[in-house]
Design a protein around this ligand. Sequence first.
Ligand code: ZN
Length: 499
Amino acid sequence: VPDALSTLKERLGRIADLSTARLVLEWDLQTMMPPGGAAARAEHLTTLEILTHELFTSDEVGNLLDELRPLEASLPHDDVDGCLLRVTRRDYEKATCVPTELAAEITHVTTEAHPVWVSARAGADWNAFRPWLERILELKLRYADCFPPGDDPYDVFLDDFEPGMRTADVRAIFDRLKPELVDLTLANSEAPAERFVGGPFPSEAQHAISLDVMRAFGADDGSFRLDPAVHPFCTSFSVSDVRLTTRYAEHDLTAHSLFSTMHEVGHGLYERGIDPSLERTPLGHGCSSALHESQSRLWENVIGRSLPFWRWFYPRMQAAHPEVLGSVPLERFHRTVNGVRPGLIRVDADETTYGLHIILRFELEQELLTGRLAPADVPAAWNARMADYLGVVVPDDGVGCLQDVHWSFGGFGYFPTYQLGNVISVQIWDRLREDVGDTDELIERGDFAPIHEWLRESLYRLGRMYTPEETIRRVAGGPIDPEPYLRYLRDKDASLAAA
Ligand code: ZN
């Protein structure tokens, strides 16, 4: 007779397989599926959601967890089985609060909302999307009602992406960042854009050098794929099957596929580096959205926009785009890819203005969820704050409040984790440099292996073994702290001004 722990692991393995099947269908939906597939895909995903939710919230799992309580209590804190029981119990307690029918309805409605959002964005038509947002908001408020009230109504949404973090913690960090980001933005807004920013950068050349940098960072061909998608993202179906997506903007250097590829490679290396023994368990993914984002930002920005990186990579970039970049000196190019330029689009934003895009969304989401802002008034509120924080005039909702996919899938609580990821990325980088030594010299030679290995050993391999807070302490040596990030931005600003 198998013991309770083996039985639980076997059940969790099946549940993980169903969840992975769902990820495959979602990857297909965003990369390959023709629009005609949307209605059927909503059924596929809803069925998988029902099966996964029923299996995981079953009495059988509950009974096994009860039976294993003494074992869990007897194991040391960092024992893998102990971690598995602790994390599974937390996930189980959350999942059992939500009725299967509600979980299924959320999946169904948000899957159907995806193509509506795509066409509303393309047509800059907020009113086409608004009824769907109203429906999704109503479902998410019912979802929130399933849980005991927290200190803040937004806590429950944040917890889905950043387990254990509270809205008040985020607000404290953002309150510290906001005035500094506004100052740094204002101090730089005069700089005109260089002509070469407009390209053209042919897609084939972008794809080729995206693959180049992906391999250099440590993404092995046997385990990674790179495909185009409207919204770049990364997903993984096992530690050795990682799917990255990117996009090709031919006339905008800041939206060059290289940056979105470096970003997604960071996510991919994290998933690739998880200890294979954690696969098919609740521990077999990255720890939280903010920790995940800390890795995409570390590879995209801290490394990928640094001068040492471009000392190494710029000749290849020039060779890929000889007409446009052939006569542009390295320093001018480097200054341009780091330029602080308030713009409309979050994913194309520089490191300084990026945070303001997030703070705006964090505020609007809280207002929407507490009823202080009606969905019909989102465009006006959005545009007013874009003018306020970034001095940007929004010409239409397609490049305004419809630009992001998140609300269409009910991902309230997701946006703040992006900026927390930026903050954490610098904390981790500072710690890494203490251990690895002269990273500038390594990067300038294109030797990323020691950096990758340190990150794998210190962070990636752990998966979800520890809470995000514990994981940040382990890898960065302290709690989340905005000061290193502000210092990093100010140093960069000063060195670019002096160059
Ligand atoms: Zn990301």
